[in-house]
Design a protein around this ligand. Structure first.
Ligand code: ADP
Ligand code: MG
Length: 358
């Protein structure tokens, strides 16, 4: 992501609190005084949904919100399109505080700015696949020829050409979620909100959906807020990851930051389950190239290793550990972009790196 993009967040969450219950404002004082979620529930019957959340989300990134069940992920994402009103704090989207929108503005905002992909697909059972996908444009007032053409195009993009006239019930879970994705994309909204969108799918289908989302994102550059309770998924998709626990933001950072420097035991527990070698790419751990290597050497290196920078570490461990010299890393064009040494690799795999190179 360029520096320019990073300077202006698309979405800012500021000092956001959400307490569920009739006396939320009163209970807020206890939250601010530092009482725990459990203590507050026992004492007042109120549930702390979110406590002092501050986040900046940048255009074009996949921002993952992760945490165990009940940690506040859905509560947070529902604030973005104001399905939930905060107890205190603000959500600012491109200079507009969503709390200041009137009913009409909010409707426009939900239709044009953000679209949501739900865990249980949320398709309308009595409408065809094509009608489901085109529904957003249809209610925006698009003519049939227009929404049908757009819906058709998005169905093709997600690999469902030929299913236009089918009904949701006749599709598999994976196919239904592709329809859900096509529907969200069809409104042309800049922001996609995906709340455990892949969690109901079988592992293989889920992995295919992740691949498809990554591939789409390379073309579309949407801002995607993706919720999951699965660290593997978070690491795979996230440009940055925020971790929630009991409504509090425990850690946020790039996947590699989370993996190499978990902020506390809660994050550590997630990280323990992940195969480091599977999650860290060569690009993450290599040092910037500093030695000029002759063409001949590059040629040999290409032949020997084919270490494209997106190669996963586990595939290069044998070569790297066998070599006394740092091995050059090449990109798709065959340019040397860095070097990977045995010690760098060992550090990455053993938790030692504090400042990994981008
Ligand atoms: P997650 O999506 O991470 O599983 P949620 O955001 O759904 O978590 O819930 C966070 C906390 O808020 C939980 O303790 C949950 O029970 C509570 N909660 C969520 N929605 C409501 C509601 N409408 N009324 C009362 N409590 C709620
Ligand atoms: Mg949830």
């Amino acid at each position: 992501m360029s520096n320019e993009q990073r300077t202006t967040p698309l979405i800012q969450v500021k000092n956001l609190y959400k307490i569920f219950g009739p006396k939320d404002k009163q209970v807020l004082k206890k939250v601010k005084a530092g009482e725990s979620k459990d203590a507050i529930l026992a004492e007042t019957g109120h549930t702390v949904g979110l406590s002092d959340i501050n986040l900046d989300i940048y255009p074009g990134e996949i921002f993952v919100i992760m945490g165990l069940s009940g940690s506040g992920k859905s509560t947070l994402i529902r604030h973005f399109n104001r399905l939930i009103e905060p107890t205190e704090g603000s959500i600012i989207i491109e200079d507009t505080d969503v709390m200041t929108l009137n009913a009409k503005q909010l409707q426009d905002f939900r239709r044009h700015k953000m679209s949501m992909v739900f865990q249980r697909f949320g398709l309308m059972p009595h409408r065809t696949v094509l009608q489901n996908v085109g529904y957003g444009l249809h209610v925006q007032g698009a003519k049939p020829a227009q929404w049908q053409q757009q819906a058709q195009q998005w169905l093709t993009t997600v690999g469902l050409a030929g299913y236009e006239q089918s009904y949701p019930a006749n599709l598999s879970g994976g196919q239904q979620q592709r329809v859900g994705l096509a529907r969200a994309l069809c409104t042309n909204a800049e922001v996609l909100l995906m709340d455990e969108a892949f969690s109901a799918l079988d592992p293989l289908i889920r992995s295919e959906m992740q691949d498809q989302l990554i591939e789409l994102q390379q073309k579309l550059h949407k801002t995607i807020i993706f919720i999951t309770h699965d660290l593997d998924e978070a690491l795979r998709l996230g440009d940055r990851i925020a971790i929630l626990r009991d409504g509090k933001l425990i850690q946020q950072g790039k996947p590699v930051d989370i993996l190499l420097n978990p902020a506390d035991d809660y994050v550590e527990a997630f990280v323990k389950d992940v195969n480091r070698a599977r999650a860290l790419t060569v690009a993450t751990v290599m040092k910037p190239q500093c030695v000029r290597i002759s063409a001949e050497t590059i040629g040999e290196a290409v032949a020997e290793m084919r270490n494209a920078t997106d190669a996963l570490l586990e595939t290069v461990i044998p070569e790297t550990l066998d070599s006394d010299h740092p091995l050059p890393v090449i990109n798709e064009d065959g340019d040397v972009t860095g070097r990977l040494s045995r010690s760098t690799l060992a550090e990455a795999l053993s938790d030692q790196i504090k400042e990994p190179q981008d």
